[in-house]
Design a protein around this ligand. Structure first.
Ligand code: BEZ
Length: 246
């Protein structure tokens, strides 16, 4: 996991759309009232809360203690746990994950842990950033960081459908559905807020003044493409997947 610091109040301001856009995942999951579900990377529990009335039990895990505290305050049973180190054995009928797996750079460990956590016939349904996600933002930002000779870390894993399918099949999953699709996504706030909240790893060697200049330049460079109808957007690409354990 990256060292990104999560502030649930700030997150809610800049990313309240994330749980809303995750709702189609619930349709793909087709939860049953008898299901016990794990929400992997549950964040502040906004989507978990929507699943709760649709199943027997749902628990959330997330690597951020701040996010788990926000989920607990919503009445969600949730624990601090890195999804790359899961230790459940045949506990869940379904594992669901929305907008979280791209923060985990060891996907084979995540998939192994999910496979072990599922009961036989269990379902794994996930959506996260896929190949090319936020490509315009990342290209512009990394180009600008390079101009200043600043070393940075890219904290994200955005696989192709082919690469992720291979990992799932290697682990013994049957693939029911996988799709990579563009979703040009409006932001509730300014692009600079998005960069501030999610791009922390890119700025780890920049001073506050350098960061301010770089963000300003990136925003200026992207305005003609990403400021549309008076609103900032990010060129998201999603990978949506459903896999079955036998
Ligand atoms: C995403 O949901 O694709 C995403 C969000 C924040 C940073 C990077 C990707």
């Amino acid at each position: 996991m990256s060292d990104t610091k999560w502030d649930p109040i700030q997150y809610n301001k800049v990313a309240d759309f994330v749980a809303k856009l995750g709702e189609p995942l619930i349709d793909l999951l087709e939860p049953k009232l008898s299901d016990v579900i794990l929400d992997l990377g549950c964040g502040d529990g906004s989507l978990t809360q929507k699943i709760k009335p649709l199943c027997a039990n749902v628990i959330g895990v997330d690597a951020s203690a701040e996010m788990i505290s926000a989920a607990n305050q919503k009445g969600i049973t949730a624990y601090v746990k890195d999804a790359q180190c899961l230790d459940f054995t045949e506990t869940f009928d379904c594992v669901l994950s929305n907008a979280a797996l791209h923060w985990m750079k060891a996907p084979e460990k995540v998939i192994k842990g999910v496979h072990e956590a599922l009961k036989p016939n269990g379902r794994f349904v996930a959506e996260f950033g896929g190949y090319g996600n936020a490509g315009k933002v990342i290209d512009t930002l990394t180009h600008r960081l390079n101009q200043d000779g600043l070393e940075f870390e890219n904290p994200w894993y955005f696989p192709t459908a082919e690469d992720y399918s291979t990992l799932l099949l290697q682990q013994g999953f049957e693939l029911e559905y996988i799709q990579l699709f563009d979703r040009f996504t409006p932001l509730p706030e300014h692009l600079s807020d998005w960069l501030e909240a999610f791009g922390q790893a890119f700025f780890k060697n920049a001073s506050e003044a350098q960061k301010r200049d770089i963000v300003e330049d990136v925003v200026t460079a992207l305005k003609s493409e990403l400021f549309v109808n008076n609103q900032w957007h990010v060129d998201y690409v999603r990978l949506r997947v459903k896999a079955l354990k036998h």
